[in-house]
Design a protein around this ligand. Sequence first.
Ligand code: ARG
Length: 363
Amino acid sequence: MISLVHALAAVSLPLVAGVRRYRREGGESLEGRIACEHEKDCEVSLWCNVASYEDWCRINGAAGNCPAPYCRPAQASTPLPSTTTAPVPTPSPSPGPTSPPTPTPVTPTPTPVPGTCGQKKEAPAPWTQDVSISIVNGRPAPECAWPWQVNLGGCGGTLIAPQWVLSAAHCATGGFPPRTAYAGLHNRSVTSQGQRRTVIAWILHPEVRNPNKWSNDLLLLKLDSPFELNECVNTACLPTVSPQVGAKCWISGWGNLEFQQQPPPEILQEVDVHIKSNADCRDAYASISPVDETMICANGMRDGAISDACQGDSGGPLVCEEGGQWFVHGATSWGRGCADASYPGVWAGVTQSLEWIKQTAGL
Ligand code: ARG
């Protein structure tokens, strides 16, 4: 994950004078101890973590997503007409982690042409003996191998519609919500190779952290304009059913190659993993953290070593191929260490939240 310092440096939008209220998990203000007036619970509130309340309102107001009645300075103080049903993580003035979402207008996004999602240039190559290690125990991906992979700077994401990225809620709640999304990158530093978009809305799963700490770790990001789809930028398909236990799927990301090893790789990494049963995963994590039905566990085994996602891969795709199309089944979420044989990686499941995803993204 990006450090707070990096996150701060990455904030490029002009700030409204006098209203900088940087806060992070735990409620500590970075500029003195100014209270976050509009929101008490920074762990579940995104706009508490954006540069300022006004900034949030300006961005979301411009996108037609202003979360009334909170954006009073720019909007009428009464809730906007309930013309849409898309849930948004707009907490009530004194929310708990399980507060229901407030409906907010989200401009409908054009549905991608059916049949084009989930296509990639070529099938993953077979493993050879001499690959370099990565993700953990994976390898550098060929260029354009995972066209739905989005780089959010410290987190990954999956393009599910030209203007919508699926990621992990914790990529936004722990510090700053990602503001820029890149698609089509191979070397994450060669941004000229990809397409860049600005995030205009951060929509947390309405049941994030419910019933357990890492439940429903999902985030939808709306972009200022759609990515142009091409051979290197494409959407992953949304699944209809969960993958079978034992199914072989693939993960990708720019996360660490080993637990706590820095710096993370420049080149996108890939590896195959196998889906674990939730029961086994729950047992494995019994003394650590609850595993529930909103999660999906997996890891791989190659050359006698475990393959897994790691820090920095969060939010990124777990995809499985079915009938020539690739479906996104998870967003990288958590795990104990990385590639620990006793503890599989855990992804936020997609099938359980399909309705929320489709409704929010207008799919
Ligand atoms: N939470 C991590 C991140 O923010 C991802 C951890 C995944 N860990 C694992 N063992 N699969 O990047």
